[in-house]
Design a protein around this ligand. Structure first.
Ligand SMILES: CC(=O)SCCNC(=O)CCNC(=O)[C@H](O)C(C)(C)COP(=O)(O)OP(=O)(O)OC[C@H]1O[C@@H](n2cnc3c(N)ncnc32)[C@H](O)[C@@H]1OP(=O)(O)O
Length: 372
């Protein structure tokens, strides 16, 4: 029986505890109302810092602690897998099989089950079994190539293109496969690899490559090389962003900066003019503080925003009015997204204590009263 609300109310998901993207997928599903039971480790993973109550990715889930090296607990996980729509896991390929929890066994027990697998490299291929992390996967996918400035090494971006996007692809895959299982009665394996998702997202840019807008040289393309698509340091050391792509918005920006009549800025898309134009923009933006630029440019059509740290972002009037962030238990976090008009998601539930919901899980999912 579901007690969560949101468009996924009634969807049961069993998540085998892992790092990064798989828990992020579990959070997305829980945010949207799914009943997510986290099969957690009995003790924290010794390889990584235990985030405890700050493990935002676990919010809204129920936790049951299991020792997957114990046949008894493996049997329990299989029983839970029989009762759910989807199982998600993020271990190295072959680990679940070794534990006796591989897809063949689980699907034999529950033919409607969607078995979602999250990895960096994928379930097969020469690197499938090799340890790596976000940066490595994004590097191999082709996407990291464009992160950075001309003549500089690619930077280490926040783990959004790899881990977070990988979790999003797992989420989409799981939901698509659940729809298919509801229509056909048959579950399947979803192999969500960060390299696939990261490359797939590059499609957004690869069309521009065909047109010459995206060149191989880092920092040489319209969106990462031009003066009108950049961040600038202000007089107080803070930063602002402009991305005045359309000529009408670009002209407006030039006007606001007092450069409208300057011929050096006349050819917006001529990449030969960009380095000098960027230097001139930098000089102009360095003359006022970020707040002064906000007062002048925010809310206009020049395509402008201040660059904010998450705490400042949470306090920005636009973000406040939309309620984008909150701080339950004193831990700053973003609220569920997207938003639904008919089945809105409730506020996310708390981060569970490890193993705290065993009684609830056994009763609600298996009909077993352990202490009766
Ligand atoms: C910042 C980031 O990029 S996070 C994303 C990292 N990459 C991924 O998530 C991709 C997929 N995952 C992986 O490739 C790997 O899990 C890595 C590289 C992240 C970590 O490698 P490892 O620490 O060696 O973990 P691996 O997944 O191989 O195995 C997990 C081990 O924990 C054990 N384990 C997991 N849960 C439990 C449990 N509840 N009880 C007992 N043992 C458990 C497994 O049995 C396995 O041990 P074994 O090899 O003795 O059977």
């Amino acid at each position: 029986m579901a007690d969560r609300s949101g468009p996924l109310a009634g969807l049961r998901v069993l998540e085998i505890a892992a790092l990064g993207p798989a828990p992020f997928c579990g959070m997305l599903l829980a945010d949207l109302g799914a009943d997510v039971v986290l099969a957690d480790r009995i003790e924290p993973n010794p390889q990584v810092t235990d985030l405890g109550r700050a493990a935002i990715s676990n919010r809204g889930k129920r936790s049951i602690a299991v020792d997957l090296k114990s046949p008894q607990d493996v049997a329990l996980v299989l029983q839970l897998a029989e009762q759910c729509d989807a199982l998600i896991e993020g271990m190295r390929p072959g680990v679940m099989e070794r534990l006796g929890l591989g897809p063949d066994i689980c699907l034999a027990r529950n033919p409607r089950l969607v078995y979602g697998r999250m990895t960096g490299w994928g379930q097969d291929g020469p690197l499938a079994h090799v340890a790596a992390h976000d940066l490595n996967y994004v590097a191999l996918s082709g996407a990291l190539w464009y992160a950075g400035q001309a003549g500089e090494p690619p930077l280490t971006p926040p783990t959004l293109n790899g881990d977070a996007a990988g979790g999003l692809y797992l989420t989409i895959g799981v939901l698509a496969a659940v729809m298919s299982a509801r229509a056909t009665g048959l579950g399947q394996v979803v192999d969500a690899a960060i390299v696939d998702g990261s490359a797939h997202m590059l499609n957004l840019l690869l069309g521009g490559r065909a047109l010459g807008q995206l060149v191989t040289e880092r920092g040489g393309s319209i969106l990462d090389g031009s003066h009108w698509s950049a961040t600038y340091r202000c007089a107080d050391g803070q930063f602002i962003s402009v991305q005045s792509f359309e000529p009408k918005f670009y002209r407006l920006l030039l006007g606001k900066l007092g450069l409208g009549a300057d011929p050096a800025f006349a050819n917006q898309f001529d990449r030969h003019t960009w380095p000098e134009a960027k230097r001139r923009f930098a000089e102009v933006f360095a003359q006022r503080t970020r707040d002064e630029w906000c007062a002048m440019l925010e809310g206009t059509e020049v395509c402008f925003a201040p660059v904010l740290d998450p705490e400042a972002a949470a306090k920005h009037p636009h973000m406040v009015e939309r309620g984008v962030y909150s701080s339950p238990d004193g831990v700053l976090q973003a609220n569920p997204a997207p938003r639904f008009s008919g089945t809105p998601a409730a506020s996310p539930g708390p981060v569970p204590e490890r193993g705290a919901d065993r009684e609830w899980v056994l009763r609600e999912w298996l009909g077993v009263e352990e202490n009766a």
